[in-house]
Design a protein around this ligand. Structure first.
Ligand code: XYL
Length: 386
């Protein structure tokens, strides 16, 4: 039971299980794993696919011949193990050229180089079969607002995305683009820090229908926000193009913990939301094993992410089938056909009727909705005693 299958659509980034444990204060604690080896191991564990940044696979200074050889070998390994690459993205944050931004650099040469690098990376993603292209603007931000570039940066970012959407179409790539918000780290303040700001920005793009959001559990949680609420808003807007699953303590540095490691209740409501919504894209784990771990710990981490998702999916089913929980849910909602009719779809007549209607305000305030009981039942379900 809880054995992942490719049909569960679990994916990992090459950079996630491949993380070597380096942090701002310490050297790597594990040797790097090659891309083909990662594919082989993930296939054994029951994953569906791998995602990558251009330089997770092809070194930034590789010549054309070397690039083609690496890509060919990688395609061969994917085929041998039946794994797909549903998503690709660009590394626009590691190289010092991007230290003050990529698409939002104040240096027009850096902005042009960022466009060039992204087009080449889109070529690579297409060769590997990717259909979703992610933009995480890790360096798109500031520490020094005296730079005076805030409004310009928004415009530069928009111009770049409009350009790249046209590039995708002119090449027949058919990408859907997923923009990933993050409040900070590595920049002091990253532009478009939340799902809501990303949604607002997307509406200003030339071909906004091609753009959606790639929300990440840790990013909202770092900022003290409720990730499940953010995902619900993205789903409501029809913009959930991809999702990054991991975990995180609130208010900390970006921990990228194993999915479900920390906030099990939030993880449960997220899984329930994703499953109930009919989201059928990849469940991507953008997390990494703790720095303390060796390779055995890396695969325990990967197995754990998928297993916890499947356990929570099963808990969501139990939640739906639990008579006491369902009764509590039913008692929570008060429906009134006449009033619902009156409050939906404005007419002057409805407005007049509603204004004249008498409400027992005191009784409304006295009603106990039973949320304590509902929440306790949920906790007991999660603790495995129901
Ligand atoms: C780091 C980000 C990245 C993106 C891809 O916080 O989550 O890993 O997902 O560039």
């Amino acid at each position: 039971m809880y054995q992942p299958q490719p049909s569960d659509k679990f994916t990992f980034g090459l950079w996630t299980v491949g993380a070597t444990g380096r942090d701002p204060f310490g050297e790597p604690t594990r040797p790097p794993l090659s891309a083909p080896y990662i594919v082989e191991k993930l296939a054994q564990l029951g994953a569906y696919g791998v995602n990558l940044h251009d330089n997770d696979l092809v070194p930034i200074d590789a010549g054309a011949g070397e690039r083609d050889r690496i890509v060919r070998e990688f395609q061969q390994t994917l085929g041998d193990h039946g794994l797909v690459v549903p998503m690709a993205t660009t590394n626009l944050f590691t190289d010092p050229a991007f230290k003050d931004g990529a698409f939002t650099s104040a240096d027009a040469r850096v902005r042009a180089y960022a466009l060039q690098k992204t087009m080449r990376s889109m070529d690579l993603g297409h060769e590997l079969g990717a259909q979703t292209y992610v933009f995480w603007g890790g360096r798109e931000g500031t520490e020094v607002d005296a730079s005076g570039k805030l409004l310009d940066s928004i415009g530069w970012f928009r111009d770049s995305l409009n350009f790249l959407a046209e590039y995708s179409q002119s090449q027949g790539y058919g990408y859907r683009f997923a923009l990933e918000p993050k409040p900070n780290e590595p920049r002091g303040d990253i532009f478009f820090p939340t799902a809501g700001s990303m949604l607002g920005f997307i509406a200003t793009l030339d071909q906004s229908e091609l753009f959606g959001v790639n929300p990440e559990f840790a990013h909202d949680t770092m900022a003290g926000l409720n990730f499940t609420h953010a995902v619900a808003q993205i789903i409501d807007a029809g913009k959930l193009f991809h999702v990054d699953l991991n975990d995180q303590k609130m208010g900390r540095f970006d921990q990228d913990l194993r999915f479900g490691a920390e906030n099990i209740k939030s993880a449960f409501f997220l899984v329930k939301l994703l499953e109930d919504s009919g989201y059928d894209g990849p469940r991507h784990f953008d997390a990494h094993a703790l720095r303390t771990e060796d390779e055995v710990g890396v695969w325990a981490f990967a197995r754990g992410c998928m297993r916890t998702y499947l356990i929570l999916k099963d808990k969501a089913r139990q939640f739906d089938e639990d008579p006491e929980i369902q009764a509590a849910l039913q008692a929570y909602r008060v429906e009134d056909k006449e009033l619902s009719e009156l409050t939906r779809g404005f007419t002057p007549e409805k407005a007049r009727t509603l204004k004249e209607r008498a409400f027992d305000r005191v009784a409304l305030g006295q009603r106990g909705p039973g949320l304590e009981q509902l929440d306790q039942l949920t906790v007991e379900l999660l603790l495995g005693v129901r």
